[in-house]
Design a protein around this ligand. Sequence first.
Ligand code: AMP
Length: 288
Amino acid sequence: MNTVSTIEKLREEVATARLAGKRIGCVPTMGALHAGHLSLVEAAKAESDFVVMTIFVNPTQFGPNEDLTKYPRPLEEDLAKCRDAGVDLVFHPDVEVVYPRANATFVEVPGLSDVLEGTFRSGHFRGVTTVVLKLLNMVLPDVVFLGRKDFQQQLLIRQMVADLDVPVEVRTCPTVREEDGLALSSRNVFLSRAERETALAISRSLEQIRRLVEGEAVSPVAAGSELKRLLMETDGLLLNYATIVDAATLEEVSESTSPTVDLVALVAARIGSTRLIDNIPLCNALKK
Ligand code: AMP
């Protein structure tokens, strides 16, 4: 496994692999790797011959009061995990490499980026879509692997790729969880033991309402209210949102939502100083 930190070196390595006829898979991350990230590597290995992991904590997607400086950066451990997982190339650039000058150009996906996370993290998605397009232009992969854990993010990236004719295939991989259901996140390291216990309410509530909807016990609209109620009643958890939406448009489900649309239940909440997100796809019972 090679590690490079300049765009020139990255392009050289990728060009050599491509010349050898290899299909290039890319896994963009901010590091602090866990089994969720490594599941993307697994998916990339299954579908490509040369896996590039990018590790870059992107400052432009953090708000002024967010955790940019304290975001974990265990580089040596990350590189060991990449090596063990069979990554071929790690691209780990400094901020100056990705942003050598003040960016005048940004990529925005209005609409999809204005709701849910967009409401609570102003400018976040502009930073995400801009850096992802930059990274895709640097790596030039055939296929990019994203996590469903960041449901809104993967939807925005798919929209950007389609709208701007970016020549890459997008794959979205399932959320990897701890045995007790907690979605793996680089931010879980900030949770105290008690906070972690509180955080479990998120995945438990999502799972509970999934069962309700899929068992046809309640309508998706009623399930959305139940999800909110469950989480608002959880001590130590400050709910940002809990909602059931159309998985393609992110529009909140209503009595007039067609029974044939795919739904997803999404949650964001703060536990102490840590903000967590999670979601679960709902197989709309009415579709069966
Ligand atoms: P991050 O390092 O948090 O920017 O995440 C990098 C990629 O890993 C994104 O595509 C995330 O959606 C994905 N990811 C993060 N957590 C998980 C998880 N628990 N399961 C699957 N994918 C994940």
